[in-house]
Design a protein around this ligand. Structure first.
Ligand code: ZN
Ligand code: ZN
Length: 159
């Protein structure tokens, strides 16, 4: 009956999904929560995949979300929380979440409602992308103070 087609259980356990997970993912089972923790802080943990040794930042970006997310750190070689740049690390997640509400993140002709902001507001909103990120996720996650062209932020990461 068997043609030897059943997967080898040893081989399966040595695989991980880090590569396919892209720049962030939600914790959907507790396997990830058993990964070794390299460093722990109040709202962040640095975890290491036991299979491929990739480092991920575990964080709770929104107070109402009970489950954490894991983001690929920027720079990717970070081994300490203090080495991580928060805004670029969190950006793919922020863009995906805003996209869930606004659809495609597209700039309009009108300027952002915030006083002195010269960025264009996004379609479906009165504010620019950076002020939306600052308002929802915190100022330290937004690139306020420098221009971020819309072409650069839309990297098409899967949600
Ligand atoms: Zn891995
Ligand atoms: Zn603005």
């Amino acid at each position: 009956m068997s043609n030897g087609q059943s997967p080898d259980p040893t081989a399966v356990s040595l695989q991980c999904r880090c590569e396919e997970r892209g720049s962030w993912f939600r914790v959907e089972d507790d396997e990830v929560l058993r990964w070794p923790v390299l460093e722990i802080a109040e709202w962040e943990e640095l975890r290491e995949c036991p299979v491929c040794a990739r480092i991920w930042v575990q964080t709770w970006p929104e107070e109402l979300e009970s489950l954490p997310i894991l983001c690929r750190p920027v720079p990717e070689a970070s081994r300490r929380l203090k080495e991580i740049h928060r805004a670029p690390t969190m950006r793919p997640y922020c863009l995906a979440r805003l996209g869930e509400h606004l659809g495609e993140l597209k700039e309009q002709r009108l300027l952002c409602k915030k006083v002195d902001c010269e960025r264009r507001r996004l379609q479906g909103s009165g504010y620019c992308l950076e002020h939306l990120i600052a308002d929802r996720f915190g100022r330290n996650f937004a690139a306020l103070g420098r221009e971020t062209p819309i072409e650069e932020i839309d990297d098409g990461d899967p949600i």
